[in-house]
Design a protein around this ligand. Structure first.
Ligand code: ATP
Ligand code: MG
Length: 405
């Protein structure tokens, strides 16, 4: 068994070993390397205390020194080096009250959540796998290290991580682990909305977004996504899961498809502390989810493009295709392409005249200017050839006079 580690990771491990300590790559990177996936980052676990790690490497950052984590900087890359650790009692269902360092790798691996995340590796000792993670990796199983009820009792976030890993790796959740989630589901309330949000987004953008259904079957949805329960009650779950599966793997699209079914997108996104940009985008897409979109005229399409924003329009089509079937938006996509290629105006800023011009034509200052510009835009979206300074000045004069009378 040999894992190809990045040069910097081998260097860090060898330096620690040279100073008389043990050191291994550990956790997600070992799991991903064994699955022939490219690890997102490489974490290192060592018997050296944080002080010793800091002495050995010239450039370090005290990332989580209380929990034993020092970030080692190598050229432009950074690696978390964490001292073998045993977690103290968990009092709040999320954080250990204290942590203490240990000399035993096996003890450090024991505190980790799942068997597939509790493996360590270095070139000298090969794979260190005391809890049979490799076996679960090859059978595609998410299984807690030790007693699942105890492990989820310590840290409720692990329940969501189990479902997220199942979705990201296309794995099943081992039955005892699954039953423990079902039993302890309400304790998910102890987890911060930000952490819930991060896990749900990873789940939704995975290859298996339909596993959001596990939130229902475990009972987690009741606490973190009540709208999902309503989808099940109204017998629309099959439709939701099919749409999610059919959708393009993009965070905005997947959340839009979900909230199309659960309703109240803004409320849900706010409760999960989503950033404003994603929240607004998801709300815009769900507000434009009606199947009648298919029959929008060219002019109506331009109006919708102005509301949604050019950047979001391709995702809007992906959203509609997920809801109503591949090809639903083909005509809309073609018309949009044509509008953009012909540079037809659908935004006030692209009109051939400005607010200043409207004022110069005798419009009283204030809200009236905006109204005239909107009327001009309305005319231009229907008849693109009108978008010249001359035509619009004439038209503006007429609107100003008519408004005056
Ligand atoms: P990914 O980075 O792909 O999300 P990962 O397994 O690397 O997955 P991280 O959150 O980066 O996840 O954590 C690194 C390792 O730390 C995990 O593999 C696991 O061993 C351990 N770990 C992380 N979170 C927990 C937790 N809540 N409880 C127990 N162990 C954890
Ligand atoms: Mg990681």
């Amino acid at each position: 068994m040999r894992i190809n580690m990045p040069e910097a990771v081998s260097m860090i491990i060898h330096k620690l070993q040279g100073a008389g300590f043990e050191a291994y790559s550990v956790g997600g990177c070992v799991r991903d390397a064994l699955l022939s996936r490219v690890p997102y980052d490489w974490d290192i676990t060592t018997s050296a205390t944080p002080d010793r790690v800091k002495e050995l490497f010239p450039r370090t950052v005290d990332t989580g020194i209380k929990h034993g984590t020092v970030t080692v900087l190598v050229r432009s890359e950074s690696f978390e080096v964490t001292t073998y650790r045993v977690d103290g009692k968990y009092l709040d269902g999320r954080h250990p009250e204290s942590v203490s360092f240990t000399r035993s790798l096996k003890e450090d691996l024991l505190r980790r959540d799942f068997t597939i995340n509790a493996m360590a590796y270095n070139d000298e000792d090969g794979l260190v796998d005391p809890y049979d993670g490799e076996k679960d990796l090859s059978s595609g199983l998410i299984r807690c290290v030790g007693d699942p009820l105890a492990r989820f009792g310590e840290d409720a976030l692990r329940m969501l991580r189990a479902i997220r890993f199942a979705a990201c790796l296309s794995f099943a959740i081992e039955p005892e682990t699954f039953n423990a989630i079902s039993k302890l589901a309400p304790s998910i309330k102890a987890v911060s909305p930000e952490r819930i949000c991060a896990e749900l987004s990873k789940l939704l953008t995975s290859d298996n977004p339909e596993l959001i259904g596990l939130l229902h079957s475990t009972g987690l949805a009741g606490s973190i996504m009540p709208g999902l329960e309503t989808v099940y009650k109204n017998d629309r779950s099959k439709e939701l899961l099919r749409s999610l599966k059919a959708s393009y793997s993009d965070k905005t699209v997947r959340w839009s498809v979900l909230t199309h079914f659960t309703g109240n997108p803004r409320q849900l996104m706010r409760s999960l502390r989503f950033d404003n940009k994603t929240t607004d985008s998801v709300c815009l897409l769900t507000e434009h989810s009606d199947p009648s979109c298919k029959d929008l005229s060219r002019k109506e399409l331009k109006r919708t493009m102005a509301i949604i924003g050019t950047e979001l329009v391709p995702l809007w089509f992906d959203h509609l295709d997920a809801l109503y079937g591949k090809g639903f938006s083909t005509q809309l996509r073609e018309t949009t392409k044509d509008i953009l290629e012909k540079e037809e105006c659908f935004l006030i800023k692209d009109l051939a005249i400005t607010g200043k011009d409207v004022l110069a034509l005798g419009c009283p200052p204030g809200a009236r200017v905006g109204k005239v510009l909107n009327d001009l835009l309305d005319a231009v979206t229907g008849s693109p050839h009108l978008n010249t300074k001359e035509n619009l000045s004439e038209l503006a004069k007429k609107i100003i006079i008519a408004d005056h009378q």
